[in-house]
Write a protein that binds this ligand. Structure first.
Ligand code: SF4
Ligand code: SF4
Length: 110
């Protein structure tokens, strides 16, 4: 899908995120002169939702977020409609480098 928009100048001073439902598709952070557009999607490995008590934004039991549920072929968040952006914006921040399969490609701003 291709989207072309004329946005007001004041958005230059803001982070901009494009969501498909609750899934982040693209973002342009204020300090960057490029967009990051999602190339590879989450494979539901669950790694970003495993953390010890006190380390996540939600309580942890048995080593993972209380909202994480095992499903066939992976893990799923049990509160997808209500989870905070910190859970979906950048999972790389929550886990060790290289364990999340999500990738973004850089697209220069015009
Ligand atoms: S670590 Fe990445 S691939 Fe695994 S569940 Fe989290 S977002 Fe998805
Ligand atoms: S709320 Fe959902 S996405 Fe966020 S840490 Fe818990 S299971 Fe993961």
């Amino acid at each position: 899908m291709r989207v072309e928009l004329d946005l007001p100048d004041w958005v230059d001073e803001r982070n901009i995120r494009i969501m498909a439902g609750i899934e982040l598709v693209a973002k342009k952070l204020v300090q960057n002169d490029y967009w990051e557009v999602k190339e590879t999607r989450c494979n539901r490995c669950g790694a970003c939702c495993f953390f010890p008590p006190g380390k996540g934004i939600y309580p942890s039991v048995n080593g993972h977020c209380i909202h994480l549920k095992k499903i066939k072929g992976g893990w799923e968040c049990g509160m997808p409609l209500y989870r905070s952006r910190v859970c979906g914006d950048d999972p790389h921040k929550h886990i060790e480098d290289g364990r999340c399969c999500i990738t973004y490609k850089r697209v220069p701003c015009k």
